[in-house]
Write a protein that binds this ligand. Structure first.
Ligand SMILES: CC(C)(COP(=O)(O)OP(=O)(O)OC[C@H]1O[C@@H](n2cnc3c(N)ncnc32)[C@H](O)[C@@H]1OP(=O)(O)O)[C@@H](O)C(=O)NCCC(=O)NCCS
Length: 305
């Protein structure tokens, strides 16, 4: 008889997941700590066969005032039913519980939460999950990708009149101002990064006349709150991540987007990264120019209240 209750030993989630899907998406300890254990606004439900966890759902909300649009949203961050226990209604019961935990929210999204594992539903599960979710009222829209490169090459920078560098703490204001012109989420990430002691090392920037006019986030594993693009680092030898990146509106259209990628790649190589991931992107042809190819694909899925 399956029983449903709170999960006191959160590590059991990581163990179940890694045992069954760790060969594709291994959740490393630091990532589990970042995305689950230390994330404050989470809710978990476990399905147990005696004392054994056989399925779980993790939902999240956000009360971060820097992200007003997120206050009305709820996320299913991670859910899973052990293969041996499927087709018994466990997934449906967990999903209902997860949805009830998000009551009052206008929209429920699969993945894309703060400190997310996935930007949407991964397509590595026999395309089962999106069909299953569609039957349960979720709507699938576009796909998005992680892109990967294991052969970091050197390319020439075009805009030699701009100065490219790894950011320092002095660049904080300029970076945040630029991030704000793109998205609340990117700005939030930047603000929280510097608040948490980030020195600037995780951003490369281009400046013109002293003003930060382009940026790319560059993640290695030296900063504890890393970035989403190194979530699956346990699969790789030494994985770095690039992105998000952006060029100020008034400087777009002159190759600076490519230049900042090229500079970020040089930096990755200099730091000894063997592979580089760009997460959560639709710019497939743009990144293909630099030797990246699609690594994983995810489908955005959500349900309106
Ligand atoms: C999607 C998932 C949760 C479904 O788990 P599950 O426990 O098999 O779910 P259910 O048993 O509730 O539903 C599966 C099917 O079994 C059927 N079923 C339910 N009870 C049943 C029973 N007693 N006997 C036979 N079939 C049954 C359901 O009707 C359902 O079929 P339907 O989709 O055609 O309606 C599971 O496949 C999974 O973990 N996939 C990976 C999840 C994932 O992608 N996670 C990452 C993103 S966060």
């Amino acid at each position: 008889m399956i029983q449903y209750h709170d999960i006191l030993d959160l590590q059991a989630i990581q163990t179940l997941w890694n045992r069954e899907v760790g060969f594709i998406y291994p959740i490393a300890d630091d990532v589990f700590l970042r995305n689950v254990t230390s994330y404050p606004n989470k809710w978990v439900l476990g399905a147990y066969d005696d004392d054994t966890l056989v399925g779980f759902i993790i939902t999240k909300t956000s009360n971060d005032s820097l992200l007003p649009a997120y206050l009305d949203r709820g996320w299913i961050s991670l859910f899973y039913v052990a293969k041996k226990y499927r087709h018994q209604g466990i997934g449906s019961t967990l999903l209902s519980g997860g949805e009830a935990s998000l009551e009052g929210k206008n929209e429920i999204l699969i993945g894309s939460d703060l400190f997310n594992f996935f930007p949407g539903v991964p397509t590595d599960f026999d395309n089962l999950t999106d069909v299953w979710l569609t039957k349960r009222g979720y709507f699938g829209s576009r796909s998005t990708h992680d892109m990967f490169c294991a052969n970091i090459m050197e390319y020439p920078i075009k805009n030699m009149n701009m100065s490219f560098s790894v950011a320092t703490k002095e660049d904080e204001k300029g970076i945040i101002e630029l991030l704000k012109t793109f998205s609340d989420r990117w700005a939030h990430e930047g603000i929280r990064y510097f608040e948490a002691g980030g020195t600037g090392h995780e951003y490369v920037i281009a400046k013109h006349e002293g003003k930060v006019i382009a940026f790319a986030r560059t993640n290695d594993r030296s900063f504890p709150y890393g970035g989403y693009n190194i979530t699956w680092h346990a699969r790789f030898i030494n994985l770095g991540g690039i992105g998000p990146l952006g060029v100020h509106k008034s400087y777009q259209g002159r190759g600076l987007g490519s230049d900042i990628v090229i500079y970020a790649l040089r930096e990755m190589k200099k730091r000894g990264m063997i592979e580089v991931m760009i997460d959560w992107t639709g710019l497939v042809t743009f990144y293909q120019q630099f030797g990246f190819e699609v690594w994983k694909t995810y489908k955005y899925m959500s349900k309106k209240a």
